[in-house]
Structure formats: structure tokens, C-alpha cells
Design a protein around this ligand. Sequence first.
Ligand code: BGC
Length: 546
Amino acid sequence: MTSNPWWRSAAVYQVYIRSFGDGNGDGVGDIAGIRSRLGYLRELGVDAVWINPWYVSPMVDGGYDVADYRDIDPTFGTLGEVLAFIEAAHDHGLRVIVDMVPNHCSAEHPWFRAAVAAPPGAAERKRFHFRPGRGQTGELAPNNWRSSFGGPAWTRVADPDGTPGEWYLHVFAPEQPDFNWDNPEVRSEFLDILRFWLDRGVDGFRIDAADRLAKDPALPDVAAVIEEAPGPERGYPAAHEIYRGWRRVADSYPGDRVLVGEIWLELRHRAAYHAPGELHTSFSLDLMCSPWDGPALRAVIDANLESSAATGTPLTWVLGNHDATRVVTRYGREDTRFVQVGGTGGDHGRPAGHSDHALGTRRARAAALLMMALPGGLYLYQGDELSLWEVEDIAPELIADPVWERSGHTDRGRDGCRVPLPWSGSAAPFGFSPDHADSPPWLPQPAAWRSLTAAAQSADPDSTLGLYRAALRIRRAEPGLGDGPLTWLPSGRDVLAFGRPGEFACAVNLSAGPIELPAHRSVVLTSGPLAGGLLPPDTAAWLRAA
Ligand code: BGC
């Protein structure tokens, strides 16, 4: 590993493949669609892409139900196209991070099909969590765990003779059976899958639900009261041994390959995964979950900086992803947080309510400058650079997210942030699909996105796309940005003002009125116009300090 690996400071662009670009006109994004837009990503100024799962999948959960980890779903293209894409991305100076989904597979995975066909106690069943039910005839689930998508985390299978049999565990949808990570076969299979992709040139893995693999082997009930420590269904110590093995594999390849964990745990528990020899980094999701509020954001930043200093792990900030309400919509609401209750509670308590998109956009632009000025790296979710908002009126019959059904139609799920990108033109499909495509985009795009297309914003330096391009360009050239120290500057309670090496400063005004800028020689970039030299509310400025 080099002393300053790329992932300590990288700006990574998240490609939700179904919704990025459709090359073949079937209304669903694909590899050809990403490849043809590599120029856009290079011009945007990111260092890497993370691509959501592209493996063979029945697509019950947007590809997070993998039936073959070593091949590509035909909806997205072929393995050959992927290999050519990885090479083309590298030629564009972009690294490629792929999604690895180790907690569960698809119910269509050959191992799970074999497990269901095998009798209780068979070796095939031991790769998963099969258990007899409770109650007189086994009619009750083995424990009280709830699926993160709502409903119980257990489903009962029929024995080969048709009588009701054992139950299997799925902490997400029933079509996503959990692997049994105490089984050495599972462990070695995944080491082999990692090598398969590393051999094909990927630069790292985003590890899906990284804290869910290892469970308390007794699978005890979850306590009714939320406990201090992660419960028996996540964060169990065996996870650390698993990731030490993964790390050894990743580090045995040249080129600083990275392991990034998706870990929805409180910071101090998440940090345990950053122990020496484990994950290189994990998402700092706290920024996304924090309200748009000065003291709250400052507390989150301080806590993350402290944790990063303690473990030597760089921060990777996130404002949005394919699971969260779009940042513009969140910041335009009364309640500006993102709440991922999930877990075994099965309760998706995402705040809702009217959103003022103009206000949300102003704040999201300021937050982008804040995030890009903070120490560490960052992940940008596709479309945030266009100020896309959450689409909240998708017709129920078009909703694909399993959360909608599993929640008994009380939670519309995550499709609202997964609507295909608008690239150009004045009407759907807005260049997402080729002209004369066979099918419309898999989710309908709002007509109002005509003013937000990449083409419309490209020409306008004041657009959000213009702001992102300028900020990423400056961030790259500025030696004090990325990984490194931060010094808070004196400021009011509702202002975030800090310095970075090289006399660089960032100020964000979260108060209700305009404020004086901190002492500076020049203004480098602002997220919105200054007002008579003052920084207006919900605006950020990058400065060359005095
Ligand atoms: C992914 C989700 C997915 C879930 C199950 C998550 O954390 O980001 O999109 O539904 O894991 O794989």
C-alpha cells in the first residue's frame, strides 16, 4: 500500500446503474449507457465511480439479490462489456468500485435452490440459516427478528414431500436469504469472488450491509428495548475476522484496492470495523442523517474527525445515496434529517411532508461545498450534481422497491431517488434512452426536469452542475483539501467556519440572516451569490484566508 493511497481523498461518483444511462433502449440503464457517459464523469471531475450491483439477479431488490456473483445480468450487458468498461474507465483516469453483497444472495442462487431441495440438516442447508419453527407444530418463526423491509425476517419452506418444514432467515426480503458466515464454505467462496473481480481490474468494493454478516450463533430474540450495543443480528465479533481475511486479499493486489463498508451503526460501533487490518474505510453516513443545523452538523463533523484520528481511517462523507430521500427534498422540509430506522425494527421512519425545492436546492449546494472542503473523501450520488429532487408521486403500480409491499403500502420506499437521470432535451426520456427507444424509462421522469438536464446546466456556470464542476476542479488542485487537518475558526453558533492547510477556508451560514465572511484575501467559490459582500443564509463560501 502506498503512503497516501487515492481513496483517502477521492471524490467517488455513485452510479445507480438502472437509472444512469440506457444504451439499448429498453428503458433500463446499462453498461453501454455508463460507458458512453465516461466523458461526462471525467468533465465533472470525480476520481472514481462506485457502481451498484450489476450481477445476474431476479431484481427483487434492484440487484441486491444476486444469483451469480461472477456474471452480469443481461439487462445490463455482458461480462465482456464490463471488462471493456473497466478498461475504458481507467483510460479516462477513473477508478472503479463494485458493490459486493455478502450478507445474502438471491433465492434463485444455485446454493439456495439446492438448500431448499435438500432435507433438514443437510450440508446444503448449512450455508444459510435454516431452523425449525417454534410452537407446537413449528408454526412460529424461530425468533422475533424483523426484516429491514418490514415483516418477519423468517420464511417457512416446504419439505420435499410438500409438508411445512423449516424456516430460513432473511434480514431483508424473503427473496434474499442470509448466508451463514460461520460456514467455512461461505467464507472461502467470497474470498474467491473477491479475487475474481480483483483479477479483472476493479479498484475496490463497497460492502453491502457490512455489519450484518456475522450474527450471534444462537440467533436469540432481539430485546424489546433498543440496546446500547448492536444486537445479536449485527456487528457480532466474527465480522472482524472475516474482514481481516478480505483485507489480506485486497492488500495482496497492487494499486491500493479499497474496502468501503456500508455500516448503519452508531459511530463508535462502526469505528470497530476500522481496526488495523480490517476495512480501509466505511461511509460517514452521519452528515446525511444530521438535520441542516449548525450545532448538529458541527457535532457530527467533530465526532467523525475524532474517530478518524483515533483509527487513522479517512472519512468518506455522504449526502445522498440510492437508499435515502434526495438531499434537495430533505433540506426543503421542516424536518431536514434522513432517518434510516430499518434494522430489526423494520420501521422506515423517513420524515415526509411538503418540501420547498428552491430552499432545499440552496442548502444542498451549500452542503456540497461543505462536504468537499471537509477532510477525507466523499461519495456523490448521481443526480445530486443536477439538484434532482425526490419524485414523490410515482404511481403505486410502478413502484418496484420491495419496501412498498413489505410495509403494507405505508412506506413508498426508495424509488423516488432512483428515477432515471435527465440528460438532454425537453421531454422524457430526456436523453436517458436513445431516440426511438422501445420502452419508456423504468420509472417516469417529472416533466419539470427539463430545466435540470445535464445539457441545460452544462452551459450555465451558475447551475448546480457548474458549481460541482468548479468545486471538484478546485478541490483537486488544492493541496490542503482532501485528507488532512481542519481548524475551526471563531464563528457564531449557526455558522460553520474552518480552515484547511494552504490558507484555504470554508464558511457556511446556517443562520437566518446574512453574516460577515471570515477574514480573507479573496473569494474562491460560493454556492450562491453574496449580498453586498455578506454571506446570505444557507450559503457556503470557499475563501483564500488572509
Ligand atoms: C443497500 C440497499 C439494499 C440492502 C439489501 C443496503 O444497505 O444499500 O439498497 O436494499 O442493502 O441488500
